[in-house]
Design a protein around this ligand. Structure first.
Ligand SMILES: C[S@@+](CC[C@H](N)C(=O)[O-])C[C@H]1O[C@@H](n2cnc3c(N)ncnc32)[C@H](O)[C@@H]1O
Length: 223
């Protein structure tokens, strides 16, 4: 056991002793640590995929991002941090229980719901009608239903990004994006994250790794 009073007021990087004599490091969790440990309502996007999504969807300070579904809020937290106080994230979730859970996780991470984050309960296709998002980031099973409204609402040069676990979903989305006439430069990729053991002369990949999470589809609004 470690009494909270032994930790409060101490600096990160200092050590604290447990009642059993163990020595523990005091560190704030990184966002990746928080996401991997946080209680889940819906399945989260894993940190290994969040990084590439932020980069390939080109999420940057000051942009307006429309996200759905909020799910457990993992990707929402990363998007909110990336757009910063000058940006805006509208995050849409159809299930009230998931939205409630996500808000709890967002408050746990930031201490509050940041001013640049607008959490909405509803259908993404309907909420998008009132927005002009620079970026659309979808982690939901049937993103192709949102393409028609995305073509009408997203400005030229905007980026549509979707995270999908299976091949038939990727195929349906890409065909829908191509058929819409509103999206070009469609790219599909997955990210394999292989950790390594570096210990003395044993320098090699770890024996186990996560084999599959999801594919990322990215397209540019054009035409
Ligand atoms: C896999 S979860 C999202 C997880 C989230 N990205 C995270 O990192 O925590 C998918 C969510 O999309 C929601 N959803 C599915 N279709 C939707 C729609 N058309 N509009 C809004 N939310 C939707 C589901 O209720 C579910 O909570």
């Amino acid at each position: 056991m470690v009494p909270h009073d032994d930790i409060v007021g101490r600096r990160e990087g200092e050590e604290v002793s447990s009642s059993a004599g163990g020595r523990l490091l005091i560190l704030r969790p990184r966002l990746a640590d928080f996401i991997l440990k946080m209680p889940r309502g819906a399945q989260v996007v894993y940190p290994k995929d969040i990084g590439p999504i932020l980069v390939w969807a080109d999420i940057a300070p000051g942009l307006t991002v429309l996200e759905a579904g909020t799910g457990s809020g993992a990707l929402t937290i990363a998007l909110t941090r990336a757009v910063g106080p000058q940006g805006r994230v509208v995050s849409v979730e159809r299930r009230a229980d998931h939205a409630e859970h996500a808000e709890k996780m967002i408050r746990r991470w930031f201490g509050e719901v940041p001013a640049q984050l607008d959490l909405k309960v509803g259908e993404v296709e309907e909420i998008m009608e009132g927005e002009q998002p620079d970026r659309i980031v979808l982690d939901l099973p049937e993103p192709w239903h949102a393409v028609e409204v995305a073509v009408r609402r997203q400005p030229g040069g905007g980026i549509f990004c979707s995270y999908l676990p299976t091949v038939p979903q990727v195929q349906t989305l890409v065909e829908t994006l191509e058929g819409s006439g509103g999206y070009r430069q469609i790219e599909v990729f997955e990210t394999l994250h292989r950790t390594w053991n570096v210990s003395g002369r044993s320098v090699r990949p770890d024996h186990r790794m996560v084999g599959h999470t999801g594919f990322v589809v990215v397209a540019r609004r054009a035409g």
